[in-house]
Design a protein around this ligand. Structure first.
Ligand SMILES: CC(C)(COP(=O)(O)OP(=O)(O)OC[C@H]1O[C@@H](n2cnc3c(N)ncnc32)[C@H](O)[C@@H]1OP(=O)(O)O)[C@@H](O)C(=O)NCCC(=O)NCCS
Length: 156
């Protein structure tokens, strides 16, 4: 799996919107389109895509919140590839590519188990909408990051 920024290759917009729709509410391509448009206006937002051959397999959208920190605003894997390690691999690769020490995400009960399994600390934000509990998830990188000893320059 290679995670690439969405601006570094061509991807059919329909498959991108279909995939992003799994991670937005309501889960529609219209809402996904609005999210994408919002991101293109904000410089701190990046969209990463994971390819499976020539097919789109996963996406991760993030907003940088500090020099070494970011928020995952959206993450999605195509249904037929779920539970195969792609979601975790995308997060691990994001830490490397963006040289992050800390990543946070907010989610609901459906995906909180995923973040827990990926090593995030989870705390409940309570019932944010009627019948919907939300969670704040935070991952802090422990130990020396791989990129720190590579001689690479500071910053992404
Ligand atoms: C959440 C999502 C991105 C996870 O991707 P994935 O590729 O299936 O995740 P992985 O296979 O890397 O899973 C990593 C670990 O989390 C576990 N896991 C994955 N999804 C889980 C879930 N919904 N609940 C509990 N555990 C989960 C996996 O079993 C695996 O466990 P392991 O440590 O025993 O190996 C994917 O299910 C998805 O696209 N969901 C729809 C969109 C969504 O809900 N996005 C998040 C909110 S924006």
């Amino acid at each position: 799996m290679t995670l690439v920024r969405s601006d570094s290759g061509f991807w059919p917009r329909e498959s991108l919107l279909r995939l992003l729709a799994y991670a937005v509410w309501p889960p529609t391509e219209e809402r996904a389109l609005a999210v994408l448009a919002d991101g293109s206006a904000a410089g701190a937002v990046s969209l990463y895509l994971a390819a499976d051959g020539k097919d789109l397999a996963g996406l991760l959208r993030m907003r940088r919140t500090g020099r070494r920190s970011a928020e995952i605003t959206h993450i999605a894997v195509v249904p037929e590839r779920r539970r195969g390690g792609l979601g975790r691999a995308m997060i691990e690769e994001l830490l490397q590519l963006e040289r992050l020490d800390e990543v946070v995400a907010e989610t609901d009960g459906d995906a909180v188990g995923f973040y827990r399994r990926c090593g995030f600390d989870v705390h409940s934000l309570g019932e944010q909408y009627p019948g919907v509990e939300r969670f704040r998830c935070a991952l802090r990188r422990r130990g020396q990051p791989a990129w720190a000893s590579s001689g690479a320059k500071d910053g992404p």
